[in-house]
Design a protein around this ligand. Structure first.
Ligand SMILES: NC(=O)c1ccc[n+]([C@@H]2O[C@H](COP(=O)([O-])OP(=O)(O)OC[C@H]3O[C@@H](n4cnc5c(N)ncnc54)[C@H](O)[C@@H]3O)[C@@H](O)[C@H]2O)c1
Length: 263
């Protein structure tokens, strides 16, 4: 979000890595994991940048924050970078996650195998509908919201996913935060207020579609002038479907995070 609060790039709390770099680390990790699965031992910054959809100078700068400079003529050691980025992102430990709102989306998320393989364990599924209580989704019985605080404390959960209707999201968020949750992934189309120290990331596929519609409209109105430049077509450097919100808005900054949307 462009708040104009702070002119320095926002940095992660731990080691002074800019938030925009942190937002690109998962892109590098995904590309590196694919290389690792193909047993590719080393990769050049250009190849990796292209696989991650990032400019190679930006990649080298990002990796310098990790203390990783690669070897001239050889490139980067794929396995070591996978380890380094995983460690930086905190993925070398298990993160229990609760999903609140087990409707169409919550159930789809619960069934998504990609969480577990990336170190996120779905510890509990929570819904306000009493008729869902006890019903298994993805092999996990849904629990009623009455149990929310106990579930979070019993499982040591620090990450909550909100997949409720927009009207319920703030109230769910408040309960999650009061119960000790400090990171929220919000799928509900609403802006959440959270106290300082709580991170919110918002996912909104309809916003992504609107951005694509904008580009479609522009393409339709343009004469073909040859290949579009990278600047025209490259995705933003951070995963575009998410944006960071921190409250109070006066503190901190989103720096050069390009994913600009209200969270
Ligand atoms: N971000 C995205 O890209 C994206 C995509 C699809 C849907 N959504 C949003 O995700 C949300 C869920 O969509 P859906 O299609 O799964 O809806 P749904 O109606 O199928 O499911 C919502 C679930 O939330 C539960 N719920 C309602 N109030 C609750 C509360 N206070 N506490 C706990 N659970 C509660 C309901 O019982 C229901 O099971 C909506 O806000 C929708 O707009 C976002």
């Amino acid at each position: 979000m462009a708040t104009g609060r702070n002119h320095r790039p926002a940095t992660s709390r731990s080691r002074g890595i800019p938030e925009a770099t942190v937002a690109r680390l998962p892109l590098y990790l995904r590309a590196l994991t694919a290389l690792s699965e193909r047993s590719v031992p080393t990769v050049s910054s250009e190849e990796l940048a292209s696989a991650a959809g990032v400019n190679s100078a930006k990649l080298r700068k990002d990796f310098s924050y990790l203390g990783s400079y690669g070897t001239r003529g050889v490139g980067y050691d794929v396995e070591y970078l996978v380890y380094q980025i995983s460690r930086e992102l905190g993925l070398t430990q298990d993160w229990p996650v609760v999903i609140v709102g087990i409707g169409n989306l919550g159930a789809a998320l619960a069934n998504y195998g990609g969480f577990a393989s990336r170190g996120f364990r779905v510890a509990a599924l929570i819904d306000a509908d009493p008729s869902l209580a006890g019903k298994p989704v993805a092999g996990i019985p849904v629990q009623h919201t009455d149990e929310l605080e106990k579930i979070i404390s019993d499982n040591g959960v620090s990450i909550g996913v909100i997949a409720t209707p927009a009207g319920a999201a703030q109230q769910v968020c408040d309960r999650l935060v009061a119960a000790g949750i400090t990171s929220i992934l919000n799928f509900a189309p609403t802006v959440l207020s959270v106290p300082e120290g709580v991170d919110v990331r918002k996912v909104d596929l309809s916003i992504e579609l609107q951005i694509l519609a904008f580009h479609e409209q522009r393409k339709a109105g343009e004469e073909p002038t040859g290949a579009a430049s990278e600047a025209d077509t490259a995705p933003p450097a951070a995963p575009p479907a998410v944006a960071v919100a921190k409250r109070p808005p006066e503190s901190g900054s989103d720096g050069d995070l390009p994913a600009v949307m209200p969270a």
